[in-house]
Design a protein around this ligand. Structure first.
Ligand code: CU
Length: 110
């Protein structure tokens, strides 16, 4: 029983580590859904490259809604894109979600 618990904890740690290390590049995500994102940057967390964005309704090209308007964290993995963001700025971009892992991130911000 104890061995099983140790094994589960170890596996969970490995999975978490793998998740953090994998770059959100197209090559590592085989099943990605994309949505248009529009909102206002509320604040930025440089330590983990997260933009807190007050977003409008998020939907795909066919009009399927992913999320109603709210303020939430969005990882911005591209360093150059993250650097250009300023609090208060209105932004548009692309929200990507890996449908296998449910990880999501933003790119093509402008
Ligand atoms: Cu949201």
């Amino acid at each position: 029983m104890k061995t099983l618990r140790v094994l589960i904890v170890t596996l969970a740690a490995l999975l978490a580590g793998a998740c953090v290390k994998s770059p959100p590049a197209a090559a590592t995500h085989k099943n990605v859904q994309r949505y248009d994102l529009k909102g206002v940057v509320v604040r930025l967390r440089a330590e983990d490259k997260v933009a807190v964005i007050k977003h409008e309704r998020i939907q795909d090209a066919a009009g399927k809604v992913w999320m109603e308007p709210m303020t939430m964290d969005f990882p911005v993995p591209n360093a150059a894109e993250f650097q250009r963001l300023k609090p208060g700025q209105t932004v548009e971009g692309r929200l990507n979600q890996d449908l296998d892992t449910l990880d999501y991130w933003v790119d093509q911000l402008h």
